[in-house]
Design a protein around this ligand. Sequence first.
Ligand SMILES: [Mg+2]
Length: 264
Amino acid sequence: MSCCPPCSQLRAVLIDLSGTLHIEDSAIPGTVEALKRLRSTNLNIKFVTNTTKESRQVLYDRLLKLGFEINKDEIWSSLWAARDLLANRKLSPYLMVSDDALEDFADIVDASKPFDSVVIGLAPSKFDYTHLNEAFRLLLNGAPLVAIHEGRYYKRPDGLALGPGPFVKGLEYATGCKAEIVGKPCKDFFKSALGNTDPSAAIMIGDDVQDDIGGAQALGLRGFLVQTGKYRPGDETKIDPPPAKVCSSFVEAVNFILKEIGVA
Ligand SMILES: [Mg+2]
C-alpha cells in the first residue's frame, strides 16, 4: 500500500517517559511546560514506555503528581503489550515483574492453573537464584519466555543500574531458548502506538539510542535523541543511520518541532 498525500507532514509524536520527561520522582527541568506547549498543537501524542516496574495506573498517578498533563490511555506500556500477548494465547505466566507491575496482569492470572510461560520485566527483588532457577526449569520444559524488553541498563538517582536485558540473556544462554520481546525497540510496539498514522509522519523522542531511536527509525519514524537520563556522550554514533536529531533535552526537541510545524 502506498502512502498518500501529506504523510511528510508531521502528525504524531511518541515520547519516552523515564529519562526523557522525568527521572524517578523528579520532572526534568522545563519538561512539564514543554509538554503543555506541544499539547497546544493538534499533534497526536503517545507516551511509549518500557518502564516495566510499574503498572499503568502507578505510572499515571506519578506523572500527574509531577504536574504533567496526560491521559491514562495515552500511555503505551510494554507491560500492556505483554498482557495482551498472554491473554490472546491464554497463557498462565510465571511473573518476574515488580509488585507494582502485578496489577496490570491481575485479571489474566488464574492461580489454579500451573505456570506454562515466563514473563520477565524489571524486577530487582526477583533477580535472585531461586526465582531465576524456577524460570530456568519452566523454560527447559518448553514454556515460552516473554521479555517486556531487553534494556541493558537504566538511570536511577544513585547512578546507572542493570535492566532486565542481562537476565533475559542469561536465561537464553542457559536454556538455548529465544525470548519474545514485546517492548521497544520492537517494530510491532511502535506500530501499535502509532495506530493509523504513517511512521514517516511521526517523531519519537527518547534518551535510549538503541531502544527509542534505533527501534523507531527502523520503522521509518524520525528519532530525536535527548541528552538527558541514560544518555552517554557518543551515544549518537552507536546506531546507523544516526538519530535524525540530537537535542539537549525534551524542551529543545519540542522547540524544534513547534518551529517545524510553524507554531513557534
Ligand atoms: Mg528512557
